[in-house]
Design a protein around this ligand. Sequence first.
Ligand SMILES: *[C@@H]1O[C@H](CO)[C@@H](O)[C@H](O)[C@H]1NC(C)=O
Ligand SMILES: *[C@@H]1O[C@H](CO)[C@@H](O)[C@H](O)[C@H]1NC(C)=O
Ligand SMILES: *[C@@H]1O[C@H](CO)[C@@H](O)[C@H](O)[C@H]1NC(C)=O
Length: 401
Amino acid sequence: MAVLLPLSAPKRYLGVVLVAVIILHYFLTIVNDDYSRISSFSNIGEQLRTGEQYDELISLDNNLRSFPNVTKANATFVLLARNSDLPGVVNSIQSVEDRFNRIHNYSWVLLNEEPFTDDFKERVTVLTRASISFGLIPREHWFQPDWIDEERARQGRQKMMAQRIIYGGSVSYRNMCRFNSGFFFQHELLQQYRYYWRIEPDVKFFCDLDYDPFLYMQEHEKVYSFTISLFEWEPTIPTLWQTTKGGFLSWVTPTQLSPAVSFIDFIAEYPQYVENHNAMDFLSNDGGKSYNLCHFWSNFEIADMDFWRTEAYTAYFNYLEQKGGFYYERWGDAPVHSIAAALFARRDQIHFFRDIGYRHDPFQHCPSGEQWTKGRCSCDPTDTFDYTANSCLKKFEKLFA
Ligand SMILES: *[C@@H]1O[C@H](CO)[C@@H](O)[C@H](O)[C@H]1NC(C)=O
Ligand SMILES: *[C@@H]1O[C@H](CO)[C@@H](O)[C@H](O)[C@H]1NC(C)=O
Ligand SMILES: *[C@@H]1O[C@H](CO)[C@@H](O)[C@H](O)[C@H]1NC(C)=O
């Protein structure tokens, strides 16, 4: 008797909607190519494949959980931050974990010139299941040494402030550059590691990585790597500089040419440290007479700390340190690291991670083609620093042409 009852009103309504949807589907399939592609079976297959890939990751994940003997490099992430950087630190760690480390479980070392607060530690620890340690930087590795002539340093800062050089008046920025140049790899929490991946607050990784870049470094004997290289630093107020006497070069002279000038002195004193198959042509257009300002952007680095621990680099850093240029001028760790890597290592020991999509404001590197698809990159492949006017990538690639 139930069969004979008419459909209740809501059910009838549902039937009408269903019929309408089916008609609409056929209509759209006929008139609209895009629609039929989106809804076709091959596309649904594609989505299943995505699911399979996800399963693969999960099983790799489980493997790591149950077989800690799975090959892993002797490596860690390193992040230098202040308590006030917390929001940016959270963004960066989340990005690294989502795109890479939730599978690989490499540890984190966070360093600060003052103790991290409990709130900071709690907010950061929750982001990863890898081990995470919080270190305090020894005073002598951070603060301006007493033997620096403060009057001379102050004059240097004032001159740069007058020239509107970014961080020109900042002592803490100089502390950081010096620490990153010569001290971070001496920190007790980093002694147990060889490779590191430097992360800064507020950076973003755009792509999945289906391999381990640390193992890549190890297997290919790389000592230094980058994603962005710059021909010149972005002045904070470009039009002011155009109207300044002498233009760009006189502006950069004190801060950026000096490391190379010091280096010329250094190689005269220590020629034995320079590698034969070095990357001098990345740094210089005239065989070493002058520095062309090319450097690797060191806010991203995957590198070998044992390279910074060598006799050559130790001598180089001590030489620079003794000249006081980290304070009298404003030597950055980027040119210092770049010059050392380019001259004390073989050129083929420096690697460009083309497949790592990375952003640190205001620049980004985005992979293209198959690397972009494979990495499920969220960046716009046409928005990439690689071959823009300020990039040194062409110069780097020419080393291997
Ligand atoms: C890791 O250990 C597990 C369990 O002991 C073993 O079955 C597996 O073959 C090992 N894997 C490697 C790469 O050594
Ligand atoms: C990740 O590393 C931590 C600390 O080293 C360890 O306790 C944890 O079991 C690891 N997790 C996985 C999934 O391997
Ligand atoms: C990792 O590398 C550091 C630096 O070279 C070394 O002291 C340490 O013994 C290495 N650890 C392992 C497990 O190989």
